[in-house]
Design a protein around this ligand. Structure first.
Ligand code: ATP
Ligand code: MN
Length: 465
């Protein structure tokens, strides 16, 4: 047990004020007042609220008082008393103030409220000190914890899949290469190609786009596993929903078929949203007030209502019948765009939707092939304001079918020998999905841009910090 000499703001705000001596440490959000009294709002990140410190300037040096400005870090010791002003239950009457670090008002960039999100992205090293990013990061933590709790409580094992992979067969997106070659002068084969046999891993390697293939190996031994780690896609899409580095949660379950997979996805997401409602109430109230008045209502709606389940084919029929003007036209066989997904969720059903049985031509090689020879047992979960939040499928566990699809799609089969071994030795029906962690955080916080729900976003042309 660590016995600290200070108490967190969160705990102080819940204490009964009896003029007891307390110590708090944190950063100044604002200071106001006059010659006779100073009111300092102090925040330590434990909770969205500040604690008010009341200081009599006569008790402290002029120099110290001058240095108490927005952004400065302080220790305050004093007595906890009932607050007369409205807005907070308790305040601290300061007896001692120690200045850990000043923040020059002429150069500290976070002064008044109301900075634009774009400006805050340029100072991503300081933006956690704003109310908004403090709240985002606390919610992000709570959701990560809830992910592990849900799976642990349901008998799933956390499997660590590699970040560096040798397979480029997944086809989920463009990859970042991993090499130790001198890019100015890489070794070449007699034919003039780059000779990866001389590279660090003696082969071409990439940052992973998904832990699924390795996850399937785990499920074929442990039954139910999940991964939760960083994922990389070098897609040059500058959208509010794509990052080049994002975190993905990928459960993979032996003996699950597509219906079980849908049941799990729905139960899991509802659990996470409910966990946020139950455990992040202050931060959600802040988002609801500042950014999105319908947020809490929307979250409750998702928890309380069944998701719509329908086939891709039926969804395309709805889209083709609608009077909507599309940027991308829809017809059977085309990939659904965000505008189509959001129409179904926000206008047509006004509920989350799970679509299944997509055309095999637009889905990955590993999805279970239906009898019709046209569709596969893929599933996407579509959410209001987000579009696709989950993508998954029942996997093709029949060796011949899988090999046939790999050949049809021109995927180098020899790189996948280990993956195909699961189908050679004790194959079993199984299924899984991937939930984009940042898309979940977007939904739960109501924030509008995925760059603002991860501490240090990686996007095209941006890897500062
Ligand atoms: P999209 O069509 O939205 O680009 P996708 O179909 O390429 O997504 P999948 O390969 O199915 O995505 O990945 C599973 C999940 O990972 C998605 O449902 C989404 O939540 C998340 N995801 C995918 N790409 C990104 C990205 N670039 N940034 C953040 N999250 C992503
Ligand atoms: Mn997808």
């Amino acid at each position: 047990m660590v016995h600290l000499s200070h108490t967190k703001v969160k705990a102080l705000l819940a204490m009964k004020p009896e003029s007891q001596e307390v110590t708090v440490k944190g950063w100044v959000r604002t200071k106001r007042g006059n010659k006779n009294v100073a009111f300092i709002a102090l925040n330590d990140g434990s909770v969205i609220h500040n604690i008010q410190v009341v200081a009599n300037p006569e008790l402290f040096s002029e120099d110290l008082m001058k240095n108490i400005t927005t952004g400065a870090c302080l220790r305050i010791t004093g007595s906890l008393v009932e607050s007369i002003g409205s807005g907070q239950p308790v305040e601290i009457q300061a007896r001692e103030i120690e200045l850990f670090g000043a923040a020059d008002p002429n150069t500290f960039p976070l002064q008044k409220k109301g900075h634009s999100m774009e400006f805050l992205r340029d100072i991503a090293h300081l933006r956690p000190r704003t109310n908004t990013f403090g709240a985002v990061l606390r919610v992000r933590h709570a959701m990560a914890f809830a992910v592990h709790k849900y799976f642990n409580d349901h008998g799933f094992f956390y499997l660590h899949t590699p970040v560096i992979t040798g397979s480029d067969a997944e086809g989920a997106g463009e990859m970042f290469h991993v090499t130790t070659f001198d890019l100015k002068n890489p070794p070449r084969t007699p034919e003039g190609e780059i000779d990866y046999s001389l590279d660090f891993f003696a082969r071409q390697t990439n940052l992973t786009v998904s832990g699924q293939l390795e996850g399937e190996l785990g499920a074929m031994a442990l039954g139910e596993i999940y991964t939760f780690g960083p994922t990389f896609r070098a897609e040059n899409s500058n959208t509010p929903r794509h990052l080049a580095e994002f975190w993905m949660i990928e459960p993979e379950m032996a003996f699950y078929e597509i219906r079980d997979n849908m049941d799990l996805a729905e139960d899991f997401v509802k659990y996470l949203v409910k966990y946020a409602l139950d455990n992040c109430a202050d931060d959600l109230a802040f988002f609801n007030q500042m950014y999105d008045n319908e947020l809490v209502e929307r979250l409750k709606f998702v928890v309380e209502n069944d998701f719509i389940r329908m086939s891709y084919t039926d969804a395309v029929e709805i889209l083709m019948k609608s009077e909507q003007k599309w940027e991308f036209p829809v017809s059977w066989g085309s990939d659904l765009q965000a505008e189509h997904e959001r129409y179904l969720v926000e206008k047509h059903f006004k509920k989350p939707v799970i679509l299944t049985d997509y055309p095999k031509k637009i889905k990955a090689f590993y999805m279970y092939q239906n009898e019709d020879d046209l569709t596969v047992r893929g599933m996407d979960v579509l959410f209001p304001k987000i579009g696709e939040i989950i993508g998954g499928s029942q996997r093709e566990h029949r060796l011949e079918k899988l090999e046939q699809r790999i050949r049809e799609m021109g995927i180098p089969e020899k790189d996948l020998w280990w993956y195909l071994d699961t189908r050679r030795f004790g194959t079993a029906p199984h299924a899984g999905f991937g939930l984009g962690f940042e898309r979940l955080i977007l939904f739960v916080t109501g924030m509008g841009n995925i760059r603002d729900v991860i501490p240090f976003p990686r996007t095209p042309r941006n890897a500062e910090f």
